[in-house]
Design a protein around this ligand. Structure first.
Ligand code: THU
Length: 163
């Protein structure tokens, strides 16, 4: 019997001014995207900004639906848009901003499990980590060095064949 410890390193910035400029710009784009979210049911708005290796930034936000499960999170709207329109380009960073119409979100909102799995697909495909930046409406910014860090023991296509 063996016990293994799985952990990861998270960098916490106290405020956006502490971020390297490129990350601050990306987070500002996530905030812009968040403000265009369609979230009439939860009033919880999320924006995601995806930085591609070309320097281009792709945005997405949560799109809710009267049939609740038919809606989609911001991260998947953004990353699927990147995958659909820039299939050959590596994704360097995803910034995620969350806020509520009803109260102040003071802590970063962590991406849901489905979004982690969806982002992990692209990270696995490109053989390079995707840095994740998270922030609420105010409060600290978390930086995670890869999607794999926040989805330990994840499933990927290596399980689908024996090669
Ligand atoms: N949401 C996101 O957009 N991203 C996440 O990672 C977590 C949740 C959205 C889905 C739904 O529209 C609202 O936030 C409340 O769950």
């Amino acid at each position: 019997m063996k016990t293994k410890r799985m952990g990861f390193t998270l960098t916490e910035y106290d405020k956006v001014e502490e971020l390297p400029k490129q990350y601050a710009t990306l987070m500002a784009r996530a905030v812009q995207a968040r403000k265009k979210a369609y979230a009439p049911y939860s009033n919880f708005r999320v924006g995601a900004a995806v930085l591609l290796e070309s320097g281009e930034i792709v945005e997405g936000n949560n799109q809710e639906n009267a049939s609740y499960p038919s809606g989609l999170c911001a991260e998947r709207v953004a990353i699927f848009h990147a995958g659909a329109n820039y299939p050959g380009q590596k994704i360097l960073t995803v910034a995620i901003s969350a806020a509520s119409d009803d109260y102040e979100v003071k802590q970063p909102a962590a991406p849901c499990g489905n979004c982690r799995q969806s982002m992990a697909e692209y990270e696995h495909k490109q053989h390079a980590p995707i840095v994740i930046l998270l922030q609420g409406e105010s409060g600290p910014i978390f930086k995670c060095e890869s999607v794999a860090d926040i989805l330990p023991l994840g499933f990927n296509n290596s399980f689908l064949s024996d090669s």
